[in-house]
Design a protein around this ligand. Sequence first.
Ligand SMILES: Nc1ncnc2c1ncn2[C@@H]1O[C@H](COP(=O)(O)OP(=O)(O)O)[C@@H](O)[C@H]1O
Ligand SMILES: [Mg+2]
Length: 278
Amino acid sequence: MNDISFQAISKIYGKNERQFVALQGIDLAIAPKEFVAIVGPSGCGKTTLLRMAAGLDFPTDGEVLVKDKKISGPGPDRAVVFQQFALMPWKTVYDNIAFGLKCSGAPTKKIKEIVGHYINLMGLKGHENKYPHQLSGGMQQRVAIARSYAIDPAVLLMDEPFGALDAQTRTVMQEELVRLSRVNPRTVLFITHSVEEAVYLADRIVVMARNPGRIASIIDVKSIRQTEKWDELPIEDVMDLESFVHTRTAVWKLLKDQKHGNSDKPKVLKLEIIGENV
Ligand SMILES: Nc1ncnc2c1ncn2[C@@H]1O[C@H](COP(=O)(O)OP(=O)(O)O)[C@@H](O)[C@H]1O
Ligand SMILES: [Mg+2]
């Protein structure tokens, strides 16, 4: 059973001569605990795809399934993290993280336990009673991530979650996400502009093309990440590894290729041995 599956999705905006095909022929299945990153030029339909998985938008044709069930709207089995953190400015860090749990009617003791756990895990200790405006961008995004993990969703949907952060904070967050994924594996659909970020985080990378929005290639990174033990090294060391550099170059080439419009069917690449297929 897949956690999310997009089946023959198309999305058309507008009517008649104003019609615009935002997505066409999207087939993608994401397995439980798999981390899938999507990269692609602006306007290729990444956000639309994620919003469909969230149940915030619906395809014109095709179906989006969560655990084999057709999506009818947002649900507690899926949490969304957007680029703009969307914290509630009138609530403290603690209450922002606790919000989803409170809505679900969890007992206070349980809420305390869970919120405390994520406050520690995300390095927010000592900031529980602060309000969002008293925090840096990086800390606000940590609160947003803690909030989404706290409701224990099967699926995390993240749309350029680190896009608004400075380079240094972004690196710290990427490392934290890898660490969190190891302690607490989740199914993740992660959209990013950064090829480097996708290679560092994902098991599989989906490269999209636009006009119409479609999948150009899919790159399997999982085996290379495991063989080369990326998750055991600090991010700067990973980014220096030959295996990382090769993978990054391969993804860049695929992105560049599709920009020139020479991909019909999705290419599937498996990067198992350094150098092969690259
Ligand atoms: N509600 C909408 N109405 C009309 N066009 C839309 C709407 N939402 C998105 N689009 C268009 O669909 C395309 C894909 O948008 P989006 O999913 O936001 O792309 P991405 O996230 O990859 O930049 C864009 O060309 C955008 O202008
Ligand atoms: Mg977008």
